[in-house]
Design a protein around this ligand. Structure first.
Ligand SMILES: Nc1ncnc2c1ncn2[C@@H]1O[C@H](COP(=O)(O)OP(=O)(O)OP(=O)(O)O)[C@@H](O)[C@H]1O
Ligand SMILES: [Mg+2]
Length: 361
């Protein structure tokens, strides 16, 4: 676990953008994927004092509309935590709540080591930064003027030094005196990131930082995030791009008003994606319930197509030979038995699907 809150004061910013293609590495998170709401499923094994962000049963309602409901999770210092969910899942509302811009309806949270309470707002805001969904720059001002304005608003010491440093960090130094309206979408995003870095945040909230960017600009933002990670900044990243979360995040949470799942991307793959065996037979089985129901390792089964059965199993490697022996013993012609690998995307869609359907009705 990376144990100290981060500061950018010692960042060698000029070198920080040139890190390409490294695999996410980082703090030890929880060992298993947790389906939230399952028995024994607390979100992490960290104690309260360890978390850069600790969220406990947090709910936010706008009148009758529930933005998110009874959400609990922890983020460790130095962790890049992905917050995934479809449109309207409550991601931005969570960022705004933890960023002290709006108050939760119920529940508790700690942000950058400080309890989320109205009176602690200034203290929390002094340790965090938010890069919002939309850059929100003053387009008639230059990049430098924008940053100067915000440095003044934040009452930051040594603004010129900070501005130069953050512009180097995001590789925008050669556009310092350009009007923001003359910047492309990707460059505006970088300017917004520079603004978010001005105050040396220990915790950085990035709300869909690559939304609307082309692949090159997206990769640049990814490299910047990785460079910040290397410096120990805690990053809370909302996205609906699964591949982005997989590439950048130590752990991801999947939200769809309620929290569905928290875990490491690799563990999500290993533990959630390999629990099915697809069994193809030449003809339909006479009594598949009797055939599969009698096997202790088979937790469930369904017929997907004629002659194709999908079995839910704990251990596909151990169960496949048992299934084969049983079917052959019953005189069934087997065409294939294979582990069916659902993509992370399938799992994600499955987790959020019911809810999205309910909302659309
Ligand atoms: N100020 C507000 N007043 C009323 N309802 C709101 C307000 N802000 C958000 N909501 C509602 O809360 C829910 C969650 O919205 P939120 O913006 O947090 O979703 P999101 O996950 O960020 O979605 P997206 O991916 O589209 O950005 C939505 O139903 C939204 O309409
Ligand atoms: Mg949003």
């Amino acid at each position: 676990m990376v144990s100290t809150p981060a500061s950018l004061t010692d960042v060698e910013v000029s070198s920080s953008i040139n890190l390409v293609g490294r695999a996410p590495s980082g703090p030890d998170g929880p060992r298993t994927v947790e389906r939230v709401g399952e028995p024994g499923g607390s979100c992490t094994d960290m104690s309260r004092s360890d978390g850069a962000i600790i969220v406990e049963h947090l709910t936010k309602r706008f009148g009758d509309r529930v933005a998110f409901d009874d959400v609990s999770f922890d983020v460790g210092y130095g962790e890049v935590f992905g917050f995934l969910g479809p449109n309207g899942a409550g991601k931005t509302t969570m960022v705004r709540t933890l960023g002290t811009l709006i108050a939760p309806t119920s529940g508790a949270a700690t942000v950058a080591g400080i309890e989320l309470r109205p009176e602690n707002g200034p203290a929390i805001r002094s340790r965090i930064s938010i890069m919002p969904e939309f850059p929100g720059l003053y387009l008639r001002l230059t990049v430098a003027e924008n940053l100067e304005l915000f440095a003044r608003l934040y009452r930051l010491s040594d603004p010129q030094y900070r501005i130069e440093r953050v512009l180097r960090a995001v590789n925008l130094i050669d556009r310092t005196n350009d009007l923001c309206r003359s910047l492309s979408k990707g460059l505006r995003q970088r300017a917004a990131l520079a603004r978010a870095l001005l105050s040396d945040p220990a915790v950085l909230f990035l709300d869909e930082p690559t939304s609307g960017l082309d692949p090159v600009a997206t990769r640049e933002v990814h490299e910047l995030i990785t460079a910040l990670e290397d410096r120990g900044v805690t990053i809370f990243l909302t996205t609906h791009r699964l591949e982005e979360a997989e590439r950048l995040c130590h752990r991801v949470a999947i939200l769809s008003t309620t929290l569905r799942l928290v875990g490491r991307p690799l563990e999500l793959r290993q533990q959630l994606l390999t629990r099915n065996l697809d069994v193809r037979t030449r003809t339909d089985l006479d009594d598949p319930g009797k055939m599969f129901g009698g096997l202790v390792d088979v937790e469930g089964w369904e017929q997907v197509l004629p002659g194709l059965y999908r079995l839910t199993v704990v251990d596909p490697d151990a169960t496949a030979p048992v299934v084969a022996r049983t079917l052959v013993g019953a005189g069934v012609d087997i065409l294939s038995i294979a582990e069916s690998r659902r993509s992370l995307e399938d799992v994600y869609l499955e987790l959020i699907d019911e809810d999205v359907e309910v909302k659309r009705r």
